[in-house]
Design a binder for this molecule. Structure first.
Ligand code: SAH
Length: 705
């Protein structure tokens, strides 16, 4: 509805001639993004063609000019900010090697071809030039004749000519053209839709003072976080004789980020309270042994016995007050008697007994184990602080090479307008340039039929593999957001490697539960029915829209991230939120949404998806249901719907792509009045939505307004 659009947006958005006054927007190539604001010219920065010489290409872009003369939005030196990573690390071994720098070769092509996405590159393997279209991923040996993208791939396709066998990268030297033949059929059955433009309006934001990602620091982070996980696991075993509760380390990270003011993006190092109650609760809940829902009565009986034994052993071996000891032992004795009875107890009897035993013993077990479990939590935190310091030291060493004095000193002040309303744009980084990655350690790549590999240096353990379809998606995201700042995409592979390594470090070996995504038909439906254009919880690997929030602004901004959700303040727009299962983050999310709805200047709508946990109900769920902004809610039943696998980006088999949900999913619409008017959750639409989820049952009526 045009009337819902903020009247001011149009006038506050400069037209293309005013590039110099724009913030250095990264997502500049988004010409139709303004379509939903009827009267406005494109609110995003126009496509800029000027380039600062140092941003154009190859390793020479690391000279110190990058530091002392940051890029203006239009590319002239001396203006307030450099766009993210304008002076990144060297990466000539990755990506396609430009002919003396893409800036030079690009100009061999007509303006028409350049505008259509064509660039010229040099194939060292074939010792001849080739042409690559950044918009369509098409590559040709001969100069393109038609400017129109989307022309069918031809037999002269140089990427297709590269043999495509396993471990192909081992045979390639760092100089061979490694651009794989992406853009094939995988790219078409896409799990994303980047043609959906943002309807999110925010205030202009200054660039963030973050270190640009660098392979050497990322490698160290990955090694140290593996060590930290290992320490945590050993602490659980040595102190409590249990394995760490599944995913508890990841939930600990997510919970810590909520209050962390430290400088490291991965290691919490400056939190309000060094003891994480979230982690404390998780560990305590698994003491003296972890219980899981038994399948048969024999399992239930076994668990009951194990729990009784372990409770007794624990209360006897710890410092506990005599009263606690007496209660636990008495209950354990009762349990033994129950188990000894001649008649085989039924499944329900066993479950009931187990629940009773846990209820009566747990407070005493907790009291006895409290000090020891607190030590696990604080030790973990202290190690994390120590590791953050180690990474910081390396970072400073790398930055001192190019910035011998204070690396942040020469950054000019922001000249933007914090009151200006703009279409949301990715996080921008203002930071000094790091030392380029050492020449002999360049990122190398290779591919198989299904996977694309990226690695750093010669060490195979640094290799990251992703599905080629996801690789094509990341290419597309990068092209959309970094075309001007990195026209030849020479920094693509190192940045990709850093991002993948960050997520691998964050997720560990098998963590999927913090990354499970909605099915594609559901994304299609919410976009069509409720105008959703934005995911509030995502990563470059699982996003469906090209605009989204994610946990790591420094590695993800090149792929379109608007930064962490709690640092993001939309004034209007329609959003989807499928948060990771961290109770603290979910509660913080509800608080944040309610504040935003209070401050909104136009239609604002949040569709929240969260587990329908009611035994007992989680705080976030209670808060959402009782929210004055709750317009409607509905529920999808357990085992009647699926989520996309949290590891969707690196799955070896398509069969594993969807995972049945063992819990119900509650969907709540939080909307202000204008949001409700514009994106009303009518019964008809809800029906369509549930069909998209693959079922139609279980409507829950809205809460009273
Ligand atoms: N985008 C998909 C998948 C969501 S899974 C969907 O909407 O269905 C939850 C995602 O939230 C994960 O990728 C996780 O890394 C990310 N996340 C974690 N903390 C976050 C934060 N503070 N801000 C934004 N995203 C975050």
């Amino acid at each position: 509805m045009a009337t819902d659009a903020p009247p001011s947006t149009a006038t506050e958005t400069p037209a293309s001639g005013q590039a110099e006054q724009q913030p250095p927007l990264l997502s500049a190539v988004d010409p139709s993004a303004s379509s939903s604001i009827t009267t406005s010219p494109p609110p995003l920065a126009p496509i800029r063609t000027e380039r600062h010489p140092s941003s154009s290409s190859t390793a020479s872009s690391f000279d110190s000019t990058c530091v002392t003369s940051p890029l203006t939005p239009g590319g002239a030196p001396g203006a307030p900010f450099r766009s993210p990573g304008a002076a990144g690390f060297g990466a000539t071994g990755g990506g396609a090697a430009g002919v003396g720098g893409s800036g030079a070769t690009s100009h061999d092509l007509s303006e028409e071809l350049l505008a259509a996405g064509w660039r010229k590159f040099w194939s060292k393997r074939e010792n001849r030039p080739y042409y690559f279209n950044k918009l369509t991923n098409q590559s040709l040996w001969e100069p393109p004749t038609a400017a129109l993208p989307g022309v069918k791939r031809t037999l002269s396709d140089p990427a297709a000519a590269v043999p495509n066998h396993h471990h192909h990268h081992h045979q390639q030297g760092p100089s061979a053209p490694k651009r794989p033949s992406f853009g094939g059929p995988q790219a078409l059955d896409a799990a994303w839709n980047f043609s959906v433009h943002s309807n999110c309006v925010t205030l202009e934001r200054p660039p963030r003072r973050l270190f640009q990602p660098h392979p050497e620091t990322e490698l160290l982070r990955a090694q140290l976080i593996a060590k930290l996980r290992q320490h945590y696991s050993e602490l659980c075993v040595s102190r409590e004789n249990i394995q760490p509760p599944p995913d508890s380390f990841n939930r600990w990270l997510i919970e810590r980020y909520l209050s962390d003011k430290g400088s490291d993006p991965l290691f919490p190092s400056d939190c309000d309270n060094e003891l994480s109650y979230a982690l404390f609760r998780e560990i305590i809940n698994d003491l003296p042994v972890r219980l899981c829902r038994p399948k048969l009565s024999a399992d239930a009986k076994k668990q009951l016995y194990r729990y009784a034994e372990a409770s007794k052993a624990m209360i006897e071996s710890r410092v506990a007050n005599p009263e606690s000891r007496k209660i636990v032992k008495w209950n354990v004795e009762q349990t033994y008697q129950f188990l000894r009875q001649a008649k085989m107890p039924t499944y329900e009897d066993c479950l009931e007994r187990l629940a009773h035993l846990k209820r009566t013993c747990q407070p005493h077990i907790e009291e006895a184990a409290k000090e020891s479990v607190e030590k696990i939590c604080t030790k973990l935190y202290h190690l994390s602080v120590e590791y953050a310091k180690k990474v910081r030291e390396l970072q400073e060493t790398l930055f001192k090479v190019t910035n011998p004095t204070d690396p942040w000193a020469d950054l000019p002040p922001w000249s933007g307008d914090p009151k200006r309303r703009v279409r949301c744009y990715p996080v921008q980084i203002c930071s000094p340039a790091p030392r380029p990655a050492a020449q002999q350690q360049l990122v190398e790549t290779g591919c198989t039929d299904r996977m694309q590999f990226v690695r750093y240096g010669r060490d195979n353990s640094s290799q990251q593999g992703i599905c080629r379809s996801v690789f094509a998606k990341l290419q597309q995201l990068y092209t959309l957001h970094c075309t001007e700042e990195d026209p030849s995409m020479e920094k693509f592979f190192p940045r990709l490697w850093c991002m993948l390594t960050r997520y691998q470090a964050f997720l560990g070996q098998q963590s999927q539960n913090t990354q499970a995504a909605l099915p594609i038909p559901v994304f299609e439906a919410i976009s069509r029915l409720f105008g959703v254009t934005f995911e509030l919880f995502a990563s470059p690997l699982n996003c469906y829209f090209k605009q989204y929030c994610s946990a790591f602004p420094d590695t993800d901004c090149y792929f379109g991230s608007r930064g962490p959700v709690l640092d993001f303040y939309p004034l209007e727009g329609s959003f989807e939120a499928n948060p990771p299962f961290s109770e603290e983050l979910m509660v913080a999310m509800v608080n944040h949404m309610e504040n935003l709805l209070k401050e909104a200047t136009g239609p604002l709508s949040f569709m929240v998806f969260l587990p329908d946990w009611r035994d007992p109900p989680t705080e976030a769920l209670v808060r959402l249901e009782a929210s004055p902004y709750n317009r409607r809610q509905t529920c999808v039943l357990p085992f009647e719907h699926s989520y996309r696998n949290g590891m969707q980006h690196c799955l070896e088999r398509d069969e594993d792509l969807y995972v049945k949900s063992a819990h119900g999913t509650l969907i709540v619409f939080l909307q202000n009045d204008a949001g409700f008017m514009k994106w009303t959750p009518t019964s008809e639409k809800i029906k369509d939505l549930l069909i998209a989820f693959g079922q139609q049952s279980s409507h829950r009526r809205p809460q009273p307004q």
